[in-house]
Design a protein around this ligand. Structure first.
Ligand SMILES: NC(=O)c1ccc[n+]([C@@H]2O[C@H](COP(=O)([O-])OP(=O)(O)OC[C@H]3O[C@@H](n4cnc5c(N)ncnc54)[C@H](O)[C@@H]3O)[C@@H](O)[C@H]2O)c1
Length: 189
């Protein structure tokens, strides 16, 4: 199957992309290689991915709807896996606008793209930062009204509406906690 993976040079997406390609899938990867943390780490991950056949790389920002619309008709995909995001909680307090743009408008762009191109599977990463202030191990039904980041709560209610309005099956991964800039490959040391 051919999939679009956004944020493919990131911590989670680079690992997911590698696993998908090694399992026989074809990945069209996009990333804007921004400097939220040292871009050399992203380039290093990208270099590893580019050595794999079955992976193609496109320098692209998910905020550029026109560019996405140009790319995908020539690379039709069965699913979109959106892991492009602004992820650091502290930076989100300093510049919430770029977080809002990427984590809200970016998702909307991709959902619209799915609708326009008839792509029926959309997967999105959510975050455990929603559960700030709760004790003990996280559970999906814990209160989420004291999130650590300003734009994180916006990602939760989105879960159902794409299915109703865009005829697209949307799933959300709730990932828990490591820093994308820790360790050599961006994983825990
Ligand atoms: N790392 C974790 O442990 C963890 C925990 C919980 C949730 N998550 C979630 O998983 C997702 C990915 O996190 P990560 O740790 O891999 O972050 P990351 O910053 O390593 O990866 C995100 C990638 O997206 C790219 N990107 C950002 N904005 C973009 C844009 N507008 N257009 C194209 N590419 C763009 C970045 O350059 C980067 O390569 C995020 O939604 C994050 O909230 C991660």
């Amino acid at each position: 199957m051919r999939l679009l993976v956004t944020g493919c040079a990131g911590f989670i997406a680079s690992r997911v992309t590698e696993a998908l390609v090694r399992n026989g899938h074809e990945v069209v990867g996009v990333d804007n290689l921004n400097d939220a943390y040292d871009p050399r780490l992203k380039e290093w991950r990208l270099g590893r991915l580019r050595a794999l056949s079955g992976f193609s790389w496109h320098s692209l920002d998910i905020l550029e709807r026109g560019a996405l619309l140009e790319l995908l008709p020539s690379h039709p995909v069965k699913a979109v896996l959106n892991l492009a995001a602004r992820a650091g909680v502290r930076q989100s307090l300093v510049n919430p606008w770029i977080y809002y743009a990427t984590n809200v408008t970016g998702i909307l762009n991709l959902l619209e793209l799915c609708r326009e191109l008839g792509t029926q599977t959309f997967v999105l990463a959510s975050t455990s930062s929603l559960y700030a202030g709760n004790e003990g191990a996280f559970r999906e039904d814990l209160p989420t009204d004291r999130p650590l980041s300003r734009t994180r709560p916006l990602r939760k209610p989105q879960r159902r509406w794409p299915t109703r309005t865009i005829a697209c099956s949307a799933s959300m991964w709730r990932c828990c906690g490591t820093s994308p800039c820790m360790g050599r490959r961006g994983g825990p040391t």
